[in-house]
Structure formats: structure tokens, C-alpha cells
Design a protein around this ligand. Structure first.
Ligand SMILES: NC(=O)c1ccc[n+]([C@@H]2O[C@H](COP(=O)([O-])OP(=O)(O)OC[C@H]3O[C@@H](n4cnc5c(N)ncnc54)[C@H](OP(=O)(O)O)[C@@H]3O)[C@@H](O)[C@H]2O)c1
Length: 254
């Protein structure tokens, strides 16, 4: 890694660690000898990942905690369990998320509501739980995985785009609010990453692997960045342009 380490992180809790970006983040943190609490609904998958990480990185402690972020009341207790098991909690990554294609007005609003519940409400509750623990510690780093769809909504994924735009706004605002408590908030905006979140991800433009995304994200976190866009090119440029793109072009592109 080029550049100075600004944030010293020894322990991290990751939601949605059973697959995709969350799983790749677990391996990337472990590679840097950072102890882990892995959270997701599929406990048996987490246990397999934990066993493999411990084989590869025996110096790393790994704990698995079952968590459904739709049940917001269970998030703070799960993070407190992570803190107790790891001895301290330096960083929490709110990564758990789902997507879904939906036709607005076609009679399936429940699908949109579920996306908002998991990605936005669940993400906010994870940052809030982390902040509760970090306020008592007087330090900590809360990371939220948003998306480039926060910059400009994707037709057919209106609820997903809204969930990520809302989450980015929440992260930007809490960053200012929590700074005086010694807490830093990091917003991550990935472009397209090849994971199981949606079929045929390899067909999307500028797609990268989950491992590449995880490396760039952890590099950004330890270097003290507040905003991380992965891959930085072309999305940091496109991210500025996207809000100004006329609807007619977006309509043709999707
Ligand atoms: N892939 C992309 O192109 C891309 C781009 C931008 C942003 N992102 C964001 O990156 C994050 C990770 O996505 P991914 O691509 O890695 O997807 P993924 O491979 O489908 O992984 C999603 C993870 O979220 C967990 N999850 C889903 N619902 C959950 C719930 N109710 N409670 C707890 N955990 C839950 C899943 O675990 P369980 O099923 O075991 O609970 C899984 O570990 C998401 O927030 C996504 O929006 C992805």
C-alpha cells in the first residue's frame, strides 16, 4: 500500500460478511492482521469463512454473529457482542444490502419497502449502533457502503437508488455531527462489483472483482479518507457528471 496509515485499526465488525464485498473485506482486513467480527444471517456460511481465514491468517481472531439488519433492535446488541468478544471495537462497516429490479406502480411496493428497510434503515441503525459504542470509547470509525447509484438513480432500481442516496446523505451528515466525539464516518461509493447481488454483473461497465474493491476500500479507510469511490477511475469523474446527465440519456443507457 502506498501512502501513510492514518487510522490505526486493530478490530473491525462487518455486516453482510457472508458474501461479495463484505466477505472480501474480511479477507483484506485479515491480511493486514486486523481481528474480525463477521455478521450476517447465514451463520453456517460465516463459520466456513471464519475457519478458512483462521487457516490462512492464524494470528487473526475471528468471531461470527448471526444478524438480520431488518430487525433494527438486534443491531446494537450484536455490535456490543462483537466489542466484548474482540475486547475493543475500532471500526464498523455497514455493508449488508440487497438490490431488486422493480416496476414502479406495478403492484409490488413491498419489494421497494424491503430494500429501504435493509439498505437505508438497516444501514442507519448500524451506524447509529456503532456511534453509541464509539461515543463511550471516545473513538471509532463507522463505514457505510453506499453506491454510485446515489449520484444518479438507475431506472428500474428506483428504491435501491433512493436507499443509497439516503444512506450517503446520512453518512455525510453524521460525519459532521460525530467528529467532536472522536468518531470518523466514511462513505464508500462502489461502481459495479462482481458479486451475487444481481445476475450477470460481469456485463456492467467498468466492473471490478470484490477483492479489488475490498483492497481499495481498506486502503482508503486506513489512509483516513472520508469518501471512497471504487474504482476511483472512472467513477470519481463520472460521479460529478452523473447528476447533470439529462434524463433522455439515462433512459437510453438503461
Ligand atoms: N456489487 C455491486 O456492484 C455493488 C455496487 C455498489 C454497492 N454495493 C453494495 O455493497 C454491499 C454488499 O453487496 P454485495 O454486492 O457484496 O452483495 P452480496 O454478495 O449479495 O452480499 C450481500 C451481503 O448482505 C447480507 N445481507 C443481506 N440481507 C441482510 C439482512 N437482512 N441482514 C444481514 N445481512 C444481510 C448477505 O448475507 P446473508 O444473506 O447471509 O444475510 C450478504 O453477506 C451492499 O450494500 C450493496 O448495495 C454493491
Amino acid at each position: 500500500m502506498k501512502g501513510k496509515v492514518i487510522r490505526m485499526i486493530q478490530t473491525v465488525a462487518i455486516t453482510g460478511a457472508s458474501s461479495g464485498i463484505g466477505k472480501a473485506l474480511a479477507y483484506e482486513f485479515a491480511r493486514r492482521s486486523i481481528h474480525l467480527a463477521l455478521l450476517a444471517r447465514r451463520q453456517e456460511v460465516l463459520e466456513e469463512i471464519a475457519a478458512d481465514i483462521q487457516r490462512q491468517y492464524p494470528q487473526v481472531k475471528v468471531h461470527c454473529i448471526a444478524l438480520d439488519v431488518a430487525d433494527t433492535d438486534s443491531i446494537l446488541p450484536a455490535l456490543e457482542q462483537a466489542q466484548a468478544q474482540l475486547g475493543q471495537l475500532d471500526c464498523v462497516v455497514a455493508n449488508a444490502g440487497i438490490t431488486g429490479v422493480n416496476k414502479t406502480g406495478a403492484g409490488d411496493f413491498a419489494k421497494d419497502q424491503r430494500i429501504i428497510q435493509i439498505n437505508l434503515v438497516g444501514g442507519m441503525a448500524t451506524i447509529d449502533g456503532a456511534a453509541r459504542i464509539f461515543r463511550q470509547q471516545g473513538k471509532g470509525t463507522a463505514v457505510g457502503i453506499s453506491s454510485v447509484s446515489a449520484f444518479k438513480g438507475i431506472p428500474g432500481s428506483a428504491a435501491y437508488s433512493a436507499s443509497k442516496a439516503g444512506f450517503s446523505s446520512y453518512l455525510d451528515t453524521t460525519r459532521i455531527e460525530l467528529k467532536k466525539h472522536g468518531i470518523s464516518v466514511v462513505a464508500v461509493h462502489p461502481g459495479f462489483v462482481k458479486t451475487d447481488i444481481a445476475p450477470n454483473m460481469e456485463k456492467y461497465p467498468f466492473v471490478i472483482s470484490a477483492e479489488k474493491a475490498a483492497k481499495d476500500i481498506v486502503d482508503g479507510i486506513v489512509k483516513g479518507k472520508a469518501n471512497i469511490i471504487v474504482p476511483a477511475l472512472p467513477w470519481s469523474v463520472l460521479g460529478r457528471v452523473m447528476p447533470m446527465v439529462p434524463d433522455s440519456i439515462i433512459e437510453k443507457a438503461f
